[in-house]
Design a protein around this ligand. Structure first.
Ligand code: NAX
Ligand code: K
Length: 516
């Protein structure tokens, strides 16, 4: 799914109105009915007070449409107009008149703090104050209203975007944003829903298609791509009957040091589970027996040194390499990495963990990175690589510049892992807090290396690998609960993640009631 900017959505709106020869108010009606249906299916006529706070733009217009539909269905609706300006939008005014035709309880005009209503915990708040047209940080009494609503324990439903949040620009004041329990957003989710600083304000959301022009949506380069199951299905490369282990490549995992051989075990196992034909682990001598016993499928080649890596020496040409997990930063290991980068220019590779820390300390080595090398930093490692950032958008911009400068793919690990490839951003939708556990990154590096070795191109291996790793984690968490998940469980469930990719959805036995 594509994520568009506010500017692109306005353009889509314009094109749709022109091409479909509909009015913008009809588009608003399409949007409003979806919100109404969502509420109606859940409330089923319950007389709970629904307090709709409408701004004076089109987001407020949406609120008025929903209010009218709810009133027409007998709900207990109280509509407020948050009168922050006299410049009302055309569609706001039109729907303001329409709602007056269906009720004697006219919208209540709010002009300041004295007008704040009493709200009970069991009421429902609908936030239609600001949408994607927010052009400055909410201040004065409107900010106080947002704070007042946040203090209430009533359920808060935001229309399109929680008021005070910019769809694709940094937050200015954390006190001036509605913290929505649920957000119903139009056409596509907004970028802010996926970035660590702003995502908590819109932690649950559904996106409703409102029939914007398909050609525009298909041909417009988005801000980012959201990667879900549909996308992952397209990335998957089916196997052929006459393929053999040579078809799936020979991956090399360069990992481990004394006390951290587990990192090599996890990466090697993950590379196998994702489908690498053969995997060799290159480890210090102390890792030999451990690997031979824990992953008998793997071949093991050892360094001359017992405790850490000093120089890669192998007698085959790997089809892909995953380097860095648990290798430490000893001078000899730095030299080993330098040697690999200089001698293995044509082999697709993933660099993780200590390999990234070494690069941060020896920035001159960055120019040795072969084109399309994949780096998998967590935020701390990223900071050491690209420097500190002012906010999430600055972080993305700096990562973009870094990716372009060194022609590498950067995977920023986190709740919504983002893969950055020059101008392109891919946001992953799988994964869960249970995966914040030791070795999770080692597994991811093994997964991506295993995909590279099977011939996936580096960008696909990155984006698909992140999806599969997260999906396996979700399946593991479903079986064990977040707290109990260990990386081994994630790796074990890579098989389920593959099976799930094409599993048929069980038909629902309780179809939602489409009737009024
Ligand atoms: N294709 C689309 O994008 C569609 C958009 N619709 C709705 O339209 C919304 C966008 O509508 P608008 O462009 O009218 O914008 P908004 O309704 O988000 O509000 C903008 C209005 O509030 C004022 N404003 C902005 N920031 C303010 C602040 N901090 N303090 C006080 N006033 C402030 C602006 O000057 C403007 O008058 C969307 O979020 C969505 O809810 C839907 O009706 C359906 C179609
Ligand atoms: K809103």
């Amino acid at each position: 799914m594509k994520i568009f900017s506010a500017e692109q959505l306005y353009e889509a709106d314009k094109v749709t109105v022109e091409k479909q020869q509909i009015t913008s108010e009809a588009l608003m009606e399409r949007a409003g009915i979806q919100i109404f249906n969502w509420l109606h299916q859940r409330l089923n006529g319950a007389p709970v007070p629904i307090r709709i706070f409408c701004g004076i733009g089109n987001n407020g217009g949406d609120g008025l449409v929903v209010g009218r539909m709810l009133i027409e269905h007998g709900y207990n609706v109280i509509v407020y107009v948050v009168n922050c300006s006299d410049k009302r939008s055309k569609n706001f005014l039109l729907n303001y008149d329409r709602i007056k035709n269906v009720t004697k309880k006219w919208p209540i005009l709010m002009k300041g703090e004295d007008d704040f209503p009493e709200i009970n915990a069991e009421d429902i708040i609908v936030d239609a104050i600001f949408g994607i047209g927010l052009n400055r940080c909410p201040g004065g009494w409107v900010k106080k209203l947002i704070q007042y609503l946040n203090e209430s324990s009533a359920f808060k439903l935001a229309i399109d975007i929680p008021s005070g949040l910019y769809p694709n620009a940094p937050l200015e004041d954390t006190e001036a944003v509605l913290k929505a329990n649920h957000t119903l957003t139009f056409q596509t989710p907004k970028l802010a829903f996926f970035l660590p600083e702003t995502a908590p304000y819109a932690s649950n959301f559904d996106a409703f298609e409102i029939g914007l022009d398909i050609e525009f949506l298909q041909t417009t380069e988005p801000l980012a791509q959201l990667i879900g199951k549909l996308e992952a299905q397209r990335f998957y490369r089916p196997r052929e009957k006459f393929d053999h282990k040579g078809t799936y490549g020979h991956a090399l995992i360069v990992a481990g040091s004394y006390g951290k051989i587990g990192a090599a075990v996890l990466s090697t196992t993950a590379a196998f589970r994702i489908g690498a034909g053969m995997v060799t682990a290159f480890v210090p001598k102390c890792g030999y027996s451990i690997l031979q016993t824990t992953v008998p499928e793997a071949m093991v080649v050892t360094d001359s040194e017992n405790d850490y890596l000093t120089q890669l020496s192998i007698e085959f040409e790997p089809s892909a390499m995953g380097i860095g997990m648990g290798i430490g930063k000893k001078e000899a290991t730095v030299k080993a990495l330098d040697g690999i980068l200089k001698s293995k220019k044509d082999i697709p590779m993933v660099l993780d963990a200590d390999a990234l820390n070494i690069l941060s300390e020896k920035k001159s080595m960055l120019k040795l990175l072969p084109k399309n090398t994949i780096l998998t930093p967590h935020p701390g490692e990223l900071k050491r690589l690209i420097g500190d950032w002012k906010n999430d958008y600055d972080k993305l911009e700096k990562t973009r510049q870094f990716s372009e400068k060194y022609e590498v793919i950067v995977i920023i690990k986190g709740a919504y892992t983002v893969t950055v490839y020059g101008e392109k951003l891919y946001i992953n939708t799988t994964g869960n807090p249970g995966m914040g556990t030791a070795g999770s990154g080692d597994a991811l590096c093994g997964v991506i290396t295993g995909l590279l070795s099977q011939g996936y191109d580096p960008l696909l291996a990155s984006v698909f690998g992140v999806y599969m790793h997260g999906r396996a984690g979700d399946i593991a968490a479903g079986q064990l609960g977040y707290e109990a998940v260990m990386t081994g469980d994630v790796i074990d469930n890579l098989s389920e993640a593959y099976l799930d990719l094409f599993a048929r959805q069980e038909p629902s036995t309780t179809e939602p009631d489409e009737k009024k």
